[in-house]
Design a protein around this ligand. Structure first.
Ligand code: GDP
Length: 491
């Protein structure tokens, strides 16, 4: 693809150019050498390679985009009718290979599907902007590759945007202004008034003037046909005055006189697509395809792509001049950038280290505080436990004393109780006395032992006592019965 790779004008200063011109001497040759065939060589090479051209059609669904493209290239691209109910705008690209004489054209038509059908208008134009940027980005990536193949690369950058305006006769819609404003620095915009056959000639003229003044007042830059080439300057200048073109599209053919022409037939007459009194279709075709296709391609590369590339590289930190406006080579910029990056990385590492140390210190202080609190709590509990233990020891001692006193009292009371039974029987009494005395001795001895064994001893003793007293009562009852049976003789 014969793309010009000129440097951005900012790179080479006017002074440098002047100096170069002064260093170059103009000479005449005494005979034919042959480099006059260079343009032919270029043409041949280009024809061999073929050309590529990419058109973006932006406009509401049903405005006549597909019909116009079919009419422009005089073929049926068989684009399906689009629905109005897509939730998002989608860009549909289709590439075709066309031949005319011995020239091959790789034509890509990109259509905006669902444009203007959403309530949120921002969602309508943003995908278009993103698509154009994506094509620039793909080209830039190919350019930046070590092993690049731009020679046979399929360039998908958009060369022209045909912007379809509704033939309302009023003014531009907000969406149209917003979209064109966000696209004008990225692509060559050619505005067209679609379906121009549905607006009267007088209204159309007024509408054109109004549209142009709205575009100018909104600061929208549309594509201007170039006037720097003498051969086409006149026609291009006059065509610039006809913008925006009012077009009619149709693939239907109607017989006019003895000729079949593309037209739209109505009950009241025929609108001929190629009749300049009926529409600007021919002007558009001439300007777009015959006269300015190469300029559109060149403008895309040298203006729009260069701007994208410059912004992108600057974003990445590359620059042509260093501090004090000194020119910087790519290598120097790279080294400076690398240096800056390492410095930044070291600074960040240092920052992170300091932050880590600070965090550790903070954590340590928190842990130490927690440990101190725990220790204090432990000491407190230990003290409380000690006091509790001493209190319990005291209680135990008192209880043991009480038990001893109680046991003594009990033993004495048992002795008194036994003495009262002595009258009941001497044998029994002697026995009992002995037992009680021994029991009392046992109790007395036992009271000096631990409280538990004392209590156990006293229980055993009480059981024994009860046994004895029961036996005593029974023998008493038996004695009284025998006395009743054999009473002593009364004197
Ligand atoms: P797209 O959705 O924008 O691609 O619109 P189409 O090209 O599919 O056209 C939608 C309808 O508009 C079809 O019925 C076409 O016949 C009709 N149409 C296309 N161009 C014109 C035109 O210039 N004038 C009029 N009146 N109708 C047109």
């Amino acid at each position: 693809m014969p793309t010009k790779t000129t440097c951005p004008s900012s790179q080479v200063s006017d002074d440098e150019q002047k100096q170069k011109r002064e260093n170059t001497r103009s000479l005449t040759m005494s005979g034919h050498v042959g480099f006059e065939s260079l343009p032919d060589q270029l043409v041949n090479r280009s024809i061999q390679q073929g050309f590529c051209f990419n058109i973006l059609c932006v406009g509401e669904t049903g405005i006549g985009k597909s019909t116009l493209i079919d009419t422009l290239f005089n073929t049926n691209f068989a684009d399906h009718e689009s629905s109005h109910f897509f939730p998002h705008v989608r860009l549909k690209a289709q590439t075709y290979e066309l031949h005319e004489s011995n020239v091959r054209l790789k034509l890509t038509i990109v259509n905006t599907v669902g444009f203007g059908d959403q309530i949120n208008k921002e969602e309508s134009y943003q995908p278009v902007v993103d698509y154009i940027d994506a094509q620039f980005e793909a080209y830039l990536q190919e350019e930046l590759k070590i092993k690049r193949s731009l020679f046979n690369y399929h360039d998908s950058r958009i060369h022209v945007c045909l912007y379809f305006i509704s033939p309302t006769g009023h003014s531009l819609k907000t969406l149209d202004l917003l979209t064109m404003k966000s696209l004008d620095s990225k692509v060559n915009i050619i505005p067209v008034i679609a379906k121009a056959d549905i607006i009267s000639k007088a209204e159309l003229q007024k509408f054109k003037i109004k549209l142009m003044s709205e575009l100018v007042s909104s600061g929208v830059q549309i594509y201007q046909f170039p006037t720097d080439d003498e051969t086409i300057a006149k026609i291009n200048a006059s065509m610039n005055g006809h913008l925006p073109f009012a077009v009619v599209g149709s693939m239907d053919e109607v017989k006019i006189g003895n000729k079949m022409v593309k037209a739209r037939q109505y009950p009241w007459g025929v609108v001929q697509v190629e009749n300049e009194n009926h529409s600007d279709f021919v002007k558009l075709r001439e300007m777009l395809i015959c006269t300015n296709m190469e300029d559109l391609r060149e403008q895309t590369h040298t203006r729009h792509y260069e701007l994208y590339r410059r912004c992108k590289l600057e974003e990445m930190g590359f620059t042509d001049v260093g501090p004090e406006n000194k020119p910087l080579s790519l290598q120097e910029t790279y080294e400076a950038k690398r240096h800056e990056f390492y410095g930044e990385r070291q600074r960040k590492e240092e920052e992170m280290k300091q932050m880590f140390v600070q965090r550790v210190k903070e954590k340590e202080a928190i842990l130490k505080e927690a440990e101190r609190e725990l220790q204090a709590k432990f000491e407190h509990l230990k003290r409380v436990h000690q006091e509790e233990r001493m209190k319990l020891e005291e209680k135990r001692r008192l209880l043991e004393e009480e038990i001893i006193a109680f046991s003594k009292k009990k033993a004495t009371s048992e002795i008194y109780q036994n003495q009262s039974y002595m009258a009941s029987g001497s044998n029994l009494k002697k026995d009992k006395d002995r037992k009680k005395i021994s029991n009392a001795q046992v109790l007395e001895g036992g009271s000096k032992r631990a409280s538990e064994s004392m209590r156990a001893g006293s229980l055993v003793y009480r059981a024994q006592l009860e046994g004895e007293s029961r036996r005593a009562r029974e023998s008493l009852r038996a004695g009284s019965l025998s006395y009743r049976a054999h009473p002593l003789p009364q004197h």
